[in-house]
Design a protein around this ligand. Structure first.
Ligand SMILES: NC(=O)c1ccc[n+]([C@@H]2O[C@H](COP(=O)([O-])OP(=O)(O)OC[C@H]3O[C@@H](n4cnc5c(N)ncnc54)[C@H](OP(=O)(O)O)[C@@H]3O)[C@@H](O)[C@H]2O)c1
Length: 294
């Protein structure tokens, strides 16, 4: 295994790598299955043992791909998956977890997220379902995704003795809103942040900001900074994200080239001067991450 950085998951003694593998849209196109499985396996062999999936990705196809990639190494891999907001009733979450376990061909989920805050079910009801899953040993750690600090407080209260371990939220150069609310709250409460879409949102998400395009001044700045360290603009962006304490990032593990590139974001540090320059070109906005329910 190559060199890897780890962090503790929430208040637990479980170590997870600071870079994981995202699997959004995996399992949608059967023609891509082989490449997706190969990419995940390459990532695992090189230390990216955290794999993030969801029942909603590829209508369960992503979880099936993860199962294929982890069958002979399950105990060395940390799998997170998510329950859709519309399945977040007490019974709904139990049924959804059981279906995910079947697709993942495993008997436990390392970290189970509520994918989005729900407009139909109270946080307390969903967290009761989460606690039941932990009691039964089907889930090891509880997470939420796209939760504001107010909702995280509500969730932690509802969970009683079980710790809220992680909040998965969008975080990249062009979306720094979590720095104003979610990030400080999680750092204070010892809740891991799992930052998604480190290279900007895909076209089908939130208008798809994407990565700064070649030819723009923002991209030029990232390229110039990268040249000093013999790194690409993508590696600079990921290194900048990972400067935050208690934060892991989950770039999409689409192919081996992307994974090799992501591994190159570790093992070096941007100078304070370069971080300052990046912050000038990608300023922290005034707004906080808003509450959105589905
Ligand atoms: N909880 C949530 O609500 C939520 C929402 C979104 C995502 N997620 C999770 O976060 C993961 C990552 O987010 P994401 O899939 O939106 O986007 P991402 O990792 O930011 O990647 C966006 C695009 O950047 C390109 N890319 C990725 N790695 C690259 C690299 N090393 N070098 C150059 N280009 C690279 C790819 O484009 P090309 O295809 O053009 O190469 C990719 O489709 C997802 O897979 C999912 O697991 C969670």
């Amino acid at each position: 295994m190559k060199w890897m950085l780890y962090t503790y998951l929430g208040k637990s003694k479980v170590k997870i790598p600071v870079i994981g593998q995202g699997t959004f849209k995996f399992g949608e196109d059967p023609a891509s299955a082989k490449e997706e499985i190969e990419a995940l396996r390459f990532g695992i062999e090189n230390g990216l043992s955290l794999i993030d999936t969801a029942e909603g990705y590829g209508k369960g196809g992503s979880e099936r791909i993860v199962a294929e990639a982890t069958q002979d190494c399950r105990s060395n891999v940390f799998i997170s998956t998510k329950v859709l907001a519309r399945n977040c009733s007490y019974q709904g979450i139990i049924d959804a977890a059981e279906a995910s376990l079947e697709r993942l061909k495993t008997d436990y989920i390392d970290l189970y997220f509520q994918h989005w805050p729900s407009k139909d079910y109270e946080v307390e009801e969903t967290m009761r379902g989460m606690a039941y899953l932990v009691e039964k040993g089907l889930v090891k750690h509880i997470g939420v995704s796209n939760y504001t600090p107010e909702l995280m407080e509500e969730a932690q209260k509802a969970l009683g003795g079980y710790a809220l371990a992680c909040n998965q939220v969008g975080y990249h150069l062009n979306d720094r809103r979590i720095e104003n609310n979610v990030l400080p709250f999680c750092q204070e409460q010892n809740i891991t942040i799992m930052g998604y879409s480190p290279f900007g949102y895909a076209p089908e998400l939130f208008g798809g900001l994407g990565f700064p395009h070649e030819g723009t001044e923002q991209r030029q700045t990232l390229n110039q900074i990268g040249a000093k360290y013999d790194k690409t603009a993508y590696q600079v962006a990921l290194n900048w994200i990972l400067r935050q304490e208690s934060l892991v990032s989950i770039p999409k593990a689409k192919n081996i080239e992307h994974i090799k590139s992501n591994l190159g974001a570790l093992g070096w540090n941007l100078s304070q001067e370069d971080v300052k320059l990046i912050n000038q070109w990608f300023p922290r906005p005034a707004e906080s991450m808003p509450l959105e329910k589905y």
